[in-house]
Design a protein around this ligand. Structure first.
Ligand code: SAH
Ligand code: SF4
Ligand code: F3S
Length: 473
């Protein structure tokens, strides 16, 4: 299967093992090296770029080899139990190196830091510093404390912090695609979800700083930005004097106007909040990619109700119908949870039938994993046996594989506009990029074109996950 290193999408927690090793250079070197590894969603990867910026300002240089680092940061995810387990296993490996180099500082950042707070220091003896997602500006002070021989914790959540003024150090970048965080936190309280507890209240970033970041990226040669938020449709920024107010449709439009050659993607859309205004804005601007990630979680209205998703099957169906009406060519992907508390066999079948109705282009699919402190953990019993969860998940995955393949086959014989992102992972003879609809496209590299350029590719065939073709005029 072809894969693009740069195409880290929001739900990369599905591939949590895929950590990002980062390297950058600093101007005022303090002779110390930072290694940072990220897990979880794109927002965490984007936060690591903020952290790298703050640490670079302190004089750190980054390294891709944790064995030579003076400071190791692990930016963590709490979304499912196995995500946390993976981090703990990784800490064991860092521990082995630290035992040979006791001066090494190990820091835990992100959602697990926020969830476990100082308990982390009790549970994991090798950890020196624990920093929550809203406390990264305090890193210089926290590192000082550790240098003075203490262990340090800052897990304060904020109602205002958006790091709007911090210029992210683009890490592991292909120089063509980048993430832009447009908001932080989440106010939705889906009953299964730990994010509102680890990321705090929802807040939107200053629209001007977002457009400025997009413009700067474009000027540097970037050709695609992905606007990130847990629920981008509830983006709302009002200027301090109250004269200017921007919603998500307005922001999309402003970023689209940076240049017709800058592609815009965004994630995640929430079924309860995505408006026709957003859909019309997408339809109006050729450079806003025709792709929507619209997590359904379950196709059954009772289950959706106890998940506290605040929409039902009919509402979701209506949103899908609107997308198909306003943007007929739009690709749609989703997230599904199998075996949520009390889910019956019939209710599980409703999820399968909903998948048949939408025929998603792509999906991230999970077994329900109870998270301490969430509404579901307090109110319901995690009562679906593991083997039943697994079987239901398998049925969902098998169905999705068929649908993904059908969707790709629909593209065979057609011409796709592709932004070249680099060589394909398999061969330097091939380029890889993504279509407007977010499908990976691989085609013979032609030296008349280079990464960062758009090409028209005639799709000749497809594998289960990739379109294969050749450049046409
Ligand atoms: N803000 C996004 C989701 C972020 S979390 C949204 O509202 O859609 C990414 C996905 O992880 C969720 O969509 C959900 O499918 C899954 N997820 C979240 N909590 C989970 C849990 N406790 N068990 C299993 N999957 C979970
Ligand atoms: Fe979690 Fe729901 Fe917020 Fe998404 S919208 S981050 S699933 S609480
Ligand atoms: Fe993202 Fe995982 Fe936190 S999905 S918001 S890193 S819990």
């Amino acid at each position: 299967m072809y894969n693009l290193q740069s195409s880290v999408k929001e739900h990369d927690e599905a591939r949590q093992g895929e950590a990002l090793m980062l390297e950058s250079t600093s101007t005022k070197n303090n002779g110390r090296k930072l290694y940072i590894e990220s897990y979880g969603c794109a927002m965490n990867f984007s936060d690591s770029e903020i952290v790298a910026s703050i640490m670079t300002d302190m004089g750190f240089e980054t390294t891709a080899d944790y064995k030579e680092a003076d400071v190791i940061f692990i930016n963590t995810c709490s979304i499912r139990e196995n995500a946390e387990q993976r981090v703990r296993n990784r800490l064991r490996e860092f521990g082995a190196v630290k035992s040979r180099n006791p001066g090494m500082v190990v820091g835990v950042l992100g959602c697990m830091a926020e969830r476990l707070k100082s308990k982390f220091l009790e549970e994991e003896k090798l950890v020196d510093v624990v920093v929550g997602p809203d406390a990264y500006r305090d890193l210089p002070n926290l590192i000082d404390k550790v240098d003075d021989g203490s262990r340090a914790v800052n897990v304060l959540l904020s109602r205002e912090e958006t790091y709007a003024d911090i210029n992210p150090v683009r890490l592991n970048s292909n120089g063509i695609t980048a993430f832009i965080s447009i908001m932080r936190g989440c106010d939705n309280m889906c009953s299964f979800c730990v994010v509102p507890f680890t990321r705090g209240r929802e807040r939107s970033r200053d629209a001007h700083s977002i457009v400025k970041e997009a413009q700067e990226l474009f000027d540097l040669g970037y050709r695609e930005v992905t606007l990130l938020g847990q629920n981008v449709d509830s983006y709302k920024w009002t200027s301090e004097d109250g004269t200017e107010s921007v919603n998500f449709a307005g922001l999309l439009e402003q970023v689209a106007l940076v240049s017709p050659d800058l592609r815009i993607r965004f994630s995640t859309s929430h079924p309860k909040d995505i408006t026709d205004e957003v859909l019309y804005t997408m339809a109006q601007h050729e450079n806003i990619c025709k792709y929507i990630h619209l997590p359904i979680q379950s196709g059954n209205s009772r289950v959706l109700e106890i998940m506290n998703r605040t929409y039902d099957r009919e509402w979701y169906t209506e949103r899908i119908n609107s997308i198909r009406r306003i943007i007929p060519e739009c690709a749609i992907s989703t997230d599904v949870i199998a075996g949520f508390c009390t889910e019956t066999e019939e209710e599980h079948k409703d999820t399968l039938s909903m998948m048949d109705y939408v025929k998603y282009d792509f999906a991230y699919m999970f077994m329900y994993s109870e998270r301490p402190g969430t509404l579901a953990a307090k109110r319901f019993t995690d009562d679906i046996p593991d083997d039943v969860k697994k079987r239901r998940l398998n049925e969902i995955v098998r169905k999705q594989q068929q649908h993904s393949h059908e969707r790709l086959l629909q593209q065979v014989g057609k011409v796709q506009k592709v932004l070249i992102e680099g060589f394909s992972k398999k061969s330097e003879l091939d380029y890889a990029g993504r279509s407007d609809q977010n499908a990976t496209v691989v085609f013979p590299a032609d030296k008349n074109y280079k990464p960062g350029q758009y090409v028209n590719v005639f799709v000749e065939r497809c594998t289960t996950a990739t379109l294969i073709g050749k450049i046409v005029e």
